[in-house]
Write a protein that binds this ligand. Structure first.
Ligand SMILES: Nc1ncnc2c1ncn2[C@@H]1O[C@H](COP(=O)(O)OP(=O)(O)OP(=O)(O)O)[C@@H](O)[C@H]1O
Ligand SMILES: [Mg+2]
Length: 379
Protein backbone atom coordinates (compact mmCIF):
# COMPACT_ATOMS: atom_id res chain seq x y z
CA UNK A 1 0.00 0.00 0.00
CA UNK A 2 1.37 3.42 -1.01
CA UNK A 3 0.13 6.20 1.27
CA UNK A 4 -0.14 9.64 -0.35
CA UNK A 5 -0.42 12.64 1.94
CA UNK A 6 -2.86 14.94 0.18
CA UNK A 7 -5.49 14.14 -2.44
CA UNK A 8 -5.13 16.82 -5.10
CA UNK A 9 -4.50 16.36 -8.81
CA UNK A 10 -0.96 15.04 -8.32
CA UNK A 11 -2.25 12.24 -6.08
CA UNK A 12 -5.07 11.62 -8.57
CA UNK A 13 -2.63 11.12 -11.46
CA UNK A 14 -0.19 9.14 -9.27
CA UNK A 15 -3.02 6.79 -8.27
CA UNK A 16 -3.97 6.38 -11.94
CA UNK A 17 -0.40 5.26 -12.67
CA UNK A 18 -0.35 2.97 -9.63
CA UNK A 19 -3.50 1.18 -10.82
CA UNK A 20 -1.68 -0.04 -13.95
CA UNK A 21 0.96 -1.64 -11.73
CA UNK A 22 -1.70 -3.11 -9.40
CA UNK A 23 -0.28 -1.00 -6.58
CA UNK A 24 -2.87 0.02 -3.99
CA UNK A 25 -2.94 3.63 -2.84
CA UNK A 26 -4.45 5.35 0.17
CA UNK A 27 -4.83 9.13 0.22
CA UNK A 28 -5.06 11.48 3.18
CA UNK A 29 -7.73 13.91 1.99
CA UNK A 30 -9.27 17.06 3.44
CA UNK A 31 -12.66 16.34 1.85
CA UNK A 32 -14.20 13.20 0.35
CA UNK A 33 -14.63 15.21 -2.86
CA UNK A 34 -10.86 15.90 -3.25
CA UNK A 35 -9.59 15.06 -6.78
CA UNK A 36 -7.74 11.84 -5.84
CA UNK A 37 -10.52 10.24 -3.79
CA UNK A 38 -12.12 8.57 -6.82
CA UNK A 39 -8.79 7.16 -8.00
CA UNK A 40 -7.32 5.81 -4.76
CA UNK A 41 -7.96 2.33 -3.34
CA UNK A 42 -8.67 3.83 0.09
CA UNK A 43 -9.38 7.30 1.44
CA UNK A 44 -8.86 8.75 4.90
CA UNK A 45 -10.07 12.17 5.84
CA UNK A 46 -7.76 14.09 8.15
CA UNK A 47 -5.28 16.87 8.74
CA UNK A 48 -1.69 15.75 8.07
CA UNK A 49 -0.53 18.14 10.80
CA UNK A 50 -2.65 16.36 13.42
CA UNK A 51 -0.21 13.78 14.90
CA UNK A 52 -2.99 11.29 15.69
CA UNK A 53 -4.47 11.52 12.17
CA UNK A 54 -1.03 11.09 10.60
CA UNK A 55 -0.25 8.07 12.81
CA UNK A 56 -3.55 6.46 11.84
CA UNK A 57 -2.93 7.16 8.19
CA UNK A 58 0.60 5.72 7.95
CA UNK A 59 -0.37 2.47 9.70
CA UNK A 60 -0.37 -0.31 7.11
CA UNK A 61 1.43 1.72 4.42
CA UNK A 62 4.56 0.14 2.92
CA UNK A 63 5.72 3.57 1.86
CA UNK A 64 4.40 7.09 2.36
CA UNK A 65 4.71 9.85 -0.24
CA UNK A 66 3.25 13.29 -0.97
CA UNK A 67 0.84 15.27 -3.07
CA UNK A 68 1.88 18.48 -1.28
CA UNK A 69 4.47 19.65 1.21
CA UNK A 70 2.28 21.22 3.84
CA UNK A 71 3.30 18.76 6.54
CA UNK A 72 5.25 19.65 9.66
CA UNK A 73 8.83 18.38 8.99
CA UNK A 74 9.37 17.52 12.68
CA UNK A 75 6.25 15.38 12.71
CA UNK A 76 7.40 13.56 9.59
CA UNK A 77 10.89 13.06 10.96
CA UNK A 78 9.36 11.51 14.09
CA UNK A 79 7.29 9.11 12.02
CA UNK A 80 10.40 8.19 10.07
CA UNK A 81 12.31 7.32 13.24
CA UNK A 82 9.40 5.08 14.23
CA UNK A 83 10.22 2.99 11.15
CA UNK A 84 7.74 4.29 8.58
CA UNK A 85 9.29 4.43 5.09
CA UNK A 86 8.81 8.08 4.02
CA UNK A 87 9.81 8.73 0.39
CA UNK A 88 11.09 11.21 -0.36
CA UNK A 89 12.46 11.51 3.16
CA UNK A 90 11.52 14.23 5.64
CA UNK A 91 14.96 15.77 5.00
CA UNK A 92 14.27 15.97 1.25
CA UNK A 93 10.76 17.29 1.80
CA UNK A 94 12.30 20.08 3.88
CA UNK A 95 13.72 21.37 0.58
CA UNK A 96 10.27 22.65 -0.34
CA UNK A 97 11.06 25.44 2.16
CA UNK A 98 12.47 28.09 -0.19
CA UNK A 99 14.81 29.51 2.46
CA UNK A 100 16.26 26.14 3.44
CA UNK A 101 16.57 25.28 -0.24
CA UNK A 102 18.47 28.44 -1.16
CA UNK A 103 20.84 28.24 1.78
CA UNK A 104 21.65 24.58 1.10
CA UNK A 105 21.99 24.93 -2.68
CA UNK A 106 24.28 27.94 -2.27
CA UNK A 107 26.35 26.07 0.33
CA UNK A 108 26.84 23.22 -2.15
CA UNK A 109 27.93 25.65 -4.87
CA UNK A 110 24.86 25.35 -7.14
CA UNK A 111 24.06 28.54 -9.11
CA UNK A 112 21.31 30.49 -7.31
CA UNK A 113 20.43 34.20 -7.46
CA UNK A 114 21.92 36.55 -4.84
CA UNK A 115 19.48 36.25 -1.92
CA UNK A 116 18.85 36.86 1.73
CA UNK A 117 16.41 35.27 4.14
CA UNK A 118 14.60 38.02 6.06
CA UNK A 119 11.61 38.71 8.27
CA UNK A 120 11.47 42.53 8.29
CA UNK A 121 10.98 45.33 5.75
CA UNK A 122 14.20 47.05 6.87
CA UNK A 123 16.17 43.94 5.87
CA UNK A 124 14.48 44.07 2.44
CA UNK A 125 15.43 47.74 2.12
CA UNK A 126 19.02 46.88 3.04
CA UNK A 127 19.04 44.13 0.38
CA UNK A 128 17.69 46.59 -2.22
CA UNK A 129 20.37 49.11 -1.25
CA UNK A 130 22.96 46.53 -2.29
CA UNK A 131 21.13 45.11 -5.33
CA UNK A 132 18.73 47.83 -6.47
CA UNK A 133 14.96 47.95 -6.73
CA UNK A 134 12.79 46.20 -7.70
CA UNK A 135 13.38 43.09 -5.62
CA UNK A 136 11.36 39.88 -5.51
CA UNK A 137 10.21 38.63 -2.10
CA UNK A 138 8.94 35.06 -1.65
CA UNK A 139 7.46 33.47 1.42
CA UNK A 140 9.63 30.52 2.43
CA UNK A 141 6.65 28.20 2.83
CA UNK A 142 3.05 28.07 1.66
CA UNK A 143 3.48 29.65 -1.80
CA UNK A 144 2.45 28.18 -5.15
CA UNK A 145 1.34 29.49 -8.54
CA UNK A 146 2.88 32.86 -7.69
CA UNK A 147 0.97 33.19 -4.41
CA UNK A 148 3.54 34.30 -1.91
CA UNK A 149 5.73 35.90 -4.63
CA UNK A 150 5.83 39.72 -4.51
CA UNK A 151 7.62 42.20 -6.75
CA UNK A 152 8.56 45.16 -4.56
CA UNK A 153 9.32 48.40 -6.38
CA UNK A 154 10.29 50.56 -3.44
CA UNK A 155 10.52 51.00 0.32
CA UNK A 156 6.80 51.73 0.76
CA UNK A 157 5.80 48.53 -1.00
CA UNK A 158 8.33 46.58 1.08
CA UNK A 159 6.88 48.01 4.30
CA UNK A 160 3.29 47.27 3.23
CA UNK A 161 3.96 43.74 1.94
CA UNK A 162 6.44 42.51 4.54
CA UNK A 163 4.39 44.13 7.30
CA UNK A 164 1.39 42.11 6.11
CA UNK A 165 3.34 38.86 6.41
CA UNK A 166 3.55 39.12 10.19
CA UNK A 167 7.13 37.99 10.68
CA UNK A 168 7.05 35.04 8.27
CA UNK A 169 10.43 34.11 6.76
CA UNK A 170 10.87 35.56 3.28
CA UNK A 171 13.52 34.97 0.62
CA UNK A 172 14.45 38.24 -1.07
CA UNK A 173 16.31 38.31 -4.40
CA UNK A 174 16.89 40.71 -7.30
CA UNK A 175 14.36 41.00 -10.11
CA UNK A 176 16.20 38.94 -12.72
CA UNK A 177 16.47 39.45 -16.45
CA UNK A 178 14.95 36.12 -17.53
CA UNK A 179 15.01 35.10 -21.21
CA UNK A 180 13.36 31.69 -20.62
CA UNK A 181 12.30 29.38 -17.84
CA UNK A 182 13.00 25.69 -18.01
CA UNK A 183 12.43 22.66 -15.82
CA UNK A 184 14.23 19.37 -15.49
CA UNK A 185 12.64 16.35 -13.83
CA UNK A 186 14.79 13.68 -12.28
CA UNK A 187 13.40 10.30 -11.22
CA UNK A 188 15.54 8.52 -8.63
CA UNK A 189 15.56 5.28 -6.64
CA UNK A 190 16.88 4.85 -3.09
CA UNK A 191 19.72 2.77 -4.55
CA UNK A 192 20.87 5.86 -6.47
CA UNK A 193 19.79 4.92 -10.01
CA UNK A 194 18.28 7.92 -11.74
CA UNK A 195 16.62 8.87 -15.02
CA UNK A 196 16.30 12.41 -16.35
CA UNK A 197 13.42 13.67 -18.50
CA UNK A 198 14.01 15.85 -21.54
CA UNK A 199 14.08 19.49 -20.49
CA UNK A 200 10.91 21.53 -20.90
CA UNK A 201 10.40 25.21 -21.45
CA UNK A 202 7.74 26.61 -19.12
CA UNK A 203 5.72 29.66 -20.08
CA UNK A 204 4.67 31.65 -17.04
CA UNK A 205 2.26 34.52 -16.68
CA UNK A 206 1.72 36.36 -13.40
CA UNK A 207 3.67 33.63 -11.59
CA UNK A 208 1.46 30.83 -12.96
CA UNK A 209 2.72 28.20 -15.36
CA UNK A 210 0.44 28.39 -18.42
CA UNK A 211 2.15 26.06 -20.85
CA UNK A 212 5.10 23.72 -21.20
CA UNK A 213 6.92 22.70 -24.36
CA UNK A 214 9.18 19.69 -24.68
CA UNK A 215 11.92 19.52 -25.70
CA UNK A 216 13.06 23.03 -24.74
CA UNK A 217 14.73 24.84 -27.61
CA UNK A 218 17.67 26.29 -25.78
CA UNK A 219 21.39 26.44 -26.36
CA UNK A 220 22.89 22.91 -26.09
CA UNK A 221 25.57 24.07 -23.62
CA UNK A 222 22.96 25.52 -21.28
CA UNK A 223 20.90 22.38 -21.70
CA UNK A 224 23.81 20.18 -20.66
CA UNK A 225 24.58 22.46 -17.71
CA UNK A 226 21.00 22.41 -16.45
CA UNK A 227 20.73 18.66 -16.83
CA UNK A 228 23.97 18.09 -14.93
CA UNK A 229 22.95 20.49 -12.18
CA UNK A 230 19.54 18.83 -11.78
CA UNK A 231 21.08 15.35 -11.57
CA UNK A 232 23.70 16.53 -9.16
CA UNK A 233 21.10 18.20 -6.90
CA UNK A 234 19.03 15.00 -6.87
CA UNK A 235 22.08 13.03 -5.81
CA UNK A 236 23.29 15.61 -3.29
CA UNK A 237 19.99 15.84 -1.44
CA UNK A 238 19.19 12.13 -1.91
CA UNK A 239 15.84 12.61 -3.62
CA UNK A 240 13.63 9.58 -4.21
CA UNK A 241 10.81 9.50 -6.73
CA UNK A 242 10.45 12.65 -8.81
CA UNK A 243 12.40 15.86 -8.13
CA UNK A 244 11.57 18.89 -10.28
CA UNK A 245 14.22 21.56 -10.69
CA UNK A 246 13.08 24.92 -12.10
CA UNK A 247 15.71 27.10 -13.78
CA UNK A 248 15.90 30.66 -15.04
CA UNK A 249 17.97 31.40 -18.14
CA UNK A 250 19.61 34.76 -17.56
CA UNK A 251 22.52 36.68 -19.12
CA UNK A 252 24.64 35.04 -16.38
CA UNK A 253 23.68 31.54 -17.52
CA UNK A 254 21.38 28.99 -15.89
CA UNK A 255 20.28 29.75 -12.34
CA UNK A 256 18.27 27.40 -10.12
CA UNK A 257 14.94 28.99 -9.21
CA UNK A 258 13.38 26.34 -7.03
CA UNK A 259 12.97 22.64 -6.33
CA UNK A 260 9.83 20.57 -5.88
CA UNK A 261 10.40 17.11 -4.36
CA UNK A 262 7.41 15.44 -6.05
CA UNK A 263 5.66 15.13 -9.42
CA UNK A 264 5.29 18.58 -10.90
CA UNK A 265 3.09 20.56 -13.27
CA UNK A 266 6.05 20.90 -15.64
CA UNK A 267 5.94 17.11 -16.08
CA UNK A 268 2.27 16.52 -16.85
CA UNK A 269 3.16 16.24 -20.54
CA UNK A 270 4.95 12.97 -19.77
CA UNK A 271 1.63 11.08 -19.43
CA UNK A 272 1.26 10.88 -23.20
CA UNK A 273 4.52 12.52 -24.27
CA UNK A 274 7.15 10.31 -22.66
CA UNK A 275 7.68 6.55 -22.73
CA UNK A 276 7.10 6.48 -18.94
CA UNK A 277 5.11 9.19 -17.17
CA UNK A 278 6.48 11.13 -14.19
CA UNK A 279 3.68 9.60 -12.09
CA UNK A 280 4.62 6.03 -12.94
CA UNK A 281 8.29 6.78 -12.34
CA UNK A 282 7.42 8.38 -9.01
CA UNK A 283 5.67 5.16 -7.97
CA UNK A 284 8.53 3.02 -9.28
CA UNK A 285 11.13 5.22 -7.57
CA UNK A 286 9.51 5.23 -4.12
CA UNK A 287 9.01 1.44 -4.32
CA UNK A 288 12.67 1.02 -5.38
CA UNK A 289 11.65 -0.63 -8.61
CA UNK A 290 13.46 -0.19 -11.97
CA UNK A 291 12.77 3.23 -13.47
CA UNK A 292 11.09 3.52 -16.85
CA UNK A 293 12.42 5.12 -20.02
CA UNK A 294 12.11 8.91 -19.82
CA UNK A 295 12.52 9.57 -23.57
CA UNK A 296 10.06 11.56 -25.62
CA UNK A 297 7.33 9.50 -27.27
CA UNK A 298 6.97 12.09 -30.07
CA UNK A 299 9.26 14.72 -31.60
CA UNK A 300 7.55 17.48 -29.58
CA UNK A 301 4.94 17.70 -26.83
CA UNK A 302 3.04 20.73 -25.53
CA UNK A 303 0.87 21.08 -22.44
CA UNK A 304 -1.59 23.88 -21.70
CA UNK A 305 -3.08 24.28 -18.23
CA UNK A 306 -6.83 24.76 -17.91
CA UNK A 307 -7.31 27.64 -15.47
CA UNK A 308 -10.56 28.62 -13.79
CA UNK A 309 -12.21 31.58 -15.53
CA UNK A 310 -14.41 34.44 -14.41
CA UNK A 311 -17.72 33.45 -12.79
CA UNK A 312 -19.45 34.53 -16.01
CA UNK A 313 -17.31 32.21 -18.18
CA UNK A 314 -19.32 29.98 -20.50
CA UNK A 315 -19.62 26.28 -19.61
CA UNK A 316 -16.67 24.04 -20.47
CA UNK A 317 -16.89 22.43 -23.88
CA UNK A 318 -15.22 19.05 -23.39
CA UNK A 319 -16.50 17.55 -26.67
CA UNK A 320 -15.21 20.66 -28.46
CA UNK A 321 -11.72 20.11 -27.05
CA UNK A 322 -11.83 16.39 -27.81
CA UNK A 323 -12.66 17.13 -31.42
CA UNK A 324 -9.15 18.55 -31.84
CA UNK A 325 -7.11 15.68 -33.25
CA UNK A 326 -4.42 14.43 -30.92
CA UNK A 327 -5.50 16.50 -27.90
CA UNK A 328 -5.62 14.69 -24.54
CA UNK A 329 -7.74 16.35 -21.87
CA UNK A 330 -7.16 15.77 -18.16
CA UNK A 331 -9.68 17.23 -15.73
CA UNK A 332 -9.05 17.28 -12.00
CA UNK A 333 -12.69 17.60 -10.87
CA UNK A 334 -11.89 20.58 -8.63
CA UNK A 335 -14.28 23.39 -7.80
CA UNK A 336 -13.56 26.35 -10.07
CA UNK A 337 -11.98 29.61 -8.97
CA UNK A 338 -10.46 32.26 -11.25
CA UNK A 339 -6.86 31.32 -12.07
CA UNK A 340 -7.02 27.92 -10.34
CA UNK A 341 -5.49 24.94 -12.20
CA UNK A 342 -8.48 22.72 -13.03
CA UNK A 343 -6.93 20.45 -15.63
CA UNK A 344 -4.53 20.35 -18.53
CA UNK A 345 -4.41 19.48 -22.21
CA UNK A 346 -1.50 17.72 -23.88
CA UNK A 347 -0.78 17.44 -27.59
CA UNK A 348 2.09 15.93 -29.51
CA UNK A 349 3.39 17.03 -32.89
CA UNK A 350 6.20 16.86 -35.42
CA UNK A 351 7.72 20.01 -33.89
CA UNK A 352 7.17 22.37 -30.96
CA UNK A 353 5.15 24.91 -32.95
CA UNK A 354 2.61 22.35 -34.19
CA UNK A 355 2.29 20.65 -30.79
CA UNK A 356 1.72 24.01 -29.08
CA UNK A 357 -0.80 25.05 -31.72
CA UNK A 358 -2.78 21.83 -31.16
CA UNK A 359 -2.78 22.22 -27.38
CA UNK A 360 -3.84 25.87 -27.65
CA UNK A 361 -6.57 25.06 -30.18
CA UNK A 362 -8.04 22.42 -27.88
CA UNK A 363 -7.81 24.76 -24.87
CA UNK A 364 -9.56 27.55 -26.80
CA UNK A 365 -12.30 25.10 -27.81
CA UNK A 366 -12.68 23.94 -24.20
CA UNK A 367 -12.97 27.39 -22.66
CA UNK A 368 -14.67 29.06 -25.60
CA UNK A 369 -12.17 31.92 -25.51
CA UNK A 370 -9.93 33.07 -28.35
CA UNK A 371 -6.74 31.13 -28.80
CA UNK A 372 -3.69 32.61 -27.07
CA UNK A 373 -1.30 34.12 -29.54
CA UNK A 374 2.44 34.07 -29.78
CA UNK A 375 5.01 31.64 -30.99
CA UNK A 376 7.66 29.89 -29.01
CA UNK A 377 9.94 32.78 -28.29
CA UNK A 378 7.67 35.79 -28.11
CA UNK A 379 5.67 34.89 -25.03
N1 LIG B 1 13.75 36.84 -9.08
C1 LIG B 1 12.84 36.81 -10.02
N2 LIG B 1 12.92 37.65 -11.08
C2 LIG B 1 11.97 37.65 -12.05
N3 LIG B 1 10.89 36.82 -12.06
C3 LIG B 1 10.76 35.95 -11.04
C4 LIG B 1 11.72 35.91 -9.97
N4 LIG B 1 11.32 34.94 -9.11
C5 LIG B 1 10.17 34.43 -9.61
N5 LIG B 1 9.84 35.01 -10.76
C6 LIG B 1 8.64 34.67 -11.59
O1 LIG B 1 7.60 34.20 -10.76
C7 LIG B 1 7.32 32.82 -11.05
C8 LIG B 1 6.94 32.09 -9.77
O2 LIG B 1 8.05 32.08 -8.88
P1 LIG B 1 8.39 30.79 -8.00
O3 LIG B 1 8.65 29.66 -8.90
O4 LIG B 1 9.45 31.15 -7.04
O5 LIG B 1 7.01 30.67 -7.19
P2 LIG B 1 5.94 29.57 -6.90
O6 LIG B 1 4.67 30.29 -6.68
O7 LIG B 1 6.48 28.74 -5.80
O8 LIG B 1 5.87 28.72 -8.18
P3 LIG B 1 5.26 27.27 -8.41
O9 LIG B 1 3.89 27.48 -8.97
O10 LIG B 1 6.22 26.71 -9.42
O11 LIG B 1 5.27 26.54 -7.11
C9 LIG B 1 8.57 32.29 -11.73
O12 LIG B 1 8.29 31.15 -12.51
C10 LIG B 1 8.97 33.52 -12.53
O13 LIG B 1 8.19 33.64 -13.70
MG1 LIG C 1 7.94 27.89 -9.45
Amino acid sequence: MVGIIGAGQLARMTAQAAISLAVDTKVLAVLPTDPACVAATAVEIGDPNDPAALQRFVAGCDVVTFDHERVDPTLLARIETEGVRVRPSAAVLHFSDKAHQRVELAAHGFPVPPFDVVTTASEVVAFAAAHDWPVVAKTAVGGYDGRGVFVLENRDQAVATIGGLAGRRVVVEPMLDISAEIAVLVARRPSGDSAVYPMVETIQHDGICLETIAPATIDPDLRTQARNIAESIAETIGSVGILAVEFFITPDGVIVNELAPRPHNSGHWTIEGAITSQFENHVRGILDWPLGDTSLAAPAVAMANILGGAPSARPDDLPGALSVSGAHVHLYAKPTRPGRKLGHITATGPDQTVALHRARTALAAFTGTPMSKGTLHDH
